[in-house]
Design a protein around this ligand. Structure first.
Ligand SMILES: Cc1ncc(COP(=O)(O)O)c(C=O)c1O
Length: 453
């Protein structure tokens, strides 16, 4: 049955006065005094309540949400069928640890995810509470199953901040600074990024240099990648490189781990971004949007790989029943129209953003898939000189104009709205980006070189 994609027809961004307003400032003040200063807040948006693709701050200002709590609220805010499922489960049972006991939603969700995952063979699933935990599980499982220790990851990747996943993460030095030494046996190679490094063949380097001179491939447990590097700048792995990586893995008995914490569960217009490549990973990690905002992570592996013994890995809260029913509701919605909406509106938005590039010289590149899109800002389209200060200004000005964006990489901003976004809402966002780019371009007077493409 096709249900209507939830829409917020009629709503529009509305900001009165400079931000943050007085009530938002109270929240910020309390945080300044009592909250760990380790978060990376881009601008002072205080979330109060939301509806569909719109979100309000405590002062009543309304924003179009192209950030979705960092690519999380897949179905938008206050989704009726997720709310119903969560409320019913709360009345029944809030928690009963899957580490030691059984409850139905855990197995139901694992079954759905195992059957959805790309590839024919049987899969098994471990549920946790977050992306970093899903990645930790993948690291441990790969080492356990292969009885090898080495891991290959890509520069610019983001896999989480607990010490195992942080050892794979290499998107910004500050994320690692002061926390070493990292996990042993991790080697990073450049991401095959055709936009910035056109001539660099890192897969060739891995096979013909590293495997010959430094890392015996028989010591390598897994190659870990994001099919689209998220935090690192929304760089899309080219299909031929993905296929070559799979071949290398097959040749040497190495596992391929696809970290789909950000790209998974419909965000790219397919359930898994790996489906775009026709390449089957051995292990997939998911989190972020899979429960529309409730904390949930999942690690999916081929059944014969998830061969660890009882007691090897578990979690008190992981796969909490409330998060599981929310995730089951998300999967129903994706099937009943939301996935198609994401692919359709994603194509519309991509086309509109590319059209903006024709009259905004600051735009160097528009890339991504579905509703996992980014715009990279450069001073010069030939040298790709980064326009980082301009990027920060665009994100800040968009906020003041009622549009929430988040940065990615050193010089891009990402567009990760709920997958329920309508064309009307997409156009509102594009119009704000258009306006703000004009403002920033005229303020940066002459530093942008449109003709040097
Ligand atoms: C690809 C990827 N992996 C892992 C993580 C870590 O997820 P979490 O913040 O839920 O631990 C993220 C978070 O941004 C991510 O984008």
């Amino acid at each position: 049955m096709m249900t209507k994609v939830q829409s917020s027809e009629g709503l529009a961004p509305k900001v009165s006065g400079p931000l943050p307003g007085p009530k938002a400032r109270e929240v910020l003040e309390r945080e300044r005094n009592f909250v760990s200063g380790s978060h990376t807040k881009g601008y002072p948006f205080v979330a109060d309540h939301g509806e569909g693709c719109f979100i309000w701050d405590p002062d009543g200002n309304c924003f179009l949400d192209f950030a979705a709590g960092i690519a999380v609220n897949l179905l938008g805010h206050n989704h009726p069928r997720v709310n119903e499922a969560v409320a019913a489960q709360m009345k029944k049972l809030a928690h009963y640890s899957a580490a030691d006991f059984y409850y139905e939603p855990y197995g139901l969700l694992c079954e759905r995810l195992a059957k959805l995952a790309p590839g024919d063979g049987p899969k098994k699933v471990f549920l946790s509470n977050s992306g970093t935990e899903a990645v930790e599980c993948a690291i441990k499982l790969a080492r356990y199953h292969t009885n090898r220790y080495h891991l290959i990851a890509f520069l610019g990747s983001f896999h989480g901040r607990s010490l195992g996943s942080l050892s794979l993460t290499s998107s910004r030095a500050v994320q690692r600074q002061g926390f070493g030494p990292m996990l042993g046996g991790v080697t990073h190679i450049p991401f095959p990024d055709e936009y910035h490094h056109r001539d660099l063949d890192s897969i060739d380097f891995l096979e013909n240099v590293l495997f010959q001179r430094m890392i015996p491939p028989s010591d390598v447990a897994a190659i870990v990648l994001e099919p689209i590097q998220g935090e690192g700048g929304y760089l899309v792995m080219p299909p031929e490189h993905m296929k070559r990586i799979r071949k290398i893995c097959d040749k040497h008995g190495i596992l391929l781990i696809a970290d789909e914490v950000q790209s998974g569960m419909g965000r790219t217009g397919k359930y898994f971004c790996m489906e775009h490549y026709g390449v089957e990973p051995d292990i997939i990690t998911l989190a972020k949007g899979i429960a529309n905002g409730l904390p949930l992570g999942a690690t999916i592996a081929r059944s014969h790989i998830m061969d660890w013994t009882a007691g090897a890995h578990t979690s008190t809260f992981g796969g909490n029943p409330v998060a599981c029913v929310a995730s089951l509701a998300v999967l129903n919605e994706l099937k009943n129209g939301v996935l198609d909406n994401c692919a359709r509106v994603g194509a519309f938005l991509t086309e509109r953003l590319k059209a903006l590039a024709e009259h905004h010289p600051l735009i160097g590149d528009v890339r991504g898939k579905g509703l996992m899109l980014a715009v990279e800002l450069v001073h010069n389209r030939r040298t790709l000189e980064p326009a980082t200060a301009e990027r920060d200004r665009v994100v800040e000005r968009a906020f003041q104009n009622g549009l929430l964006l988040i940065g990615c990489g050193f010089t891009g901003f990402r567009i990760v709205p709920p997958l329920t976004l309508s064309e009307r809402e997409a156009q509102i966002g594009v119009d704000i980006i258009d306006r703000v780019l004009s403002e920033v371009e005229s303020a940066s007077g002459g530093q942008v070189h449109p003709s040097r493409k």
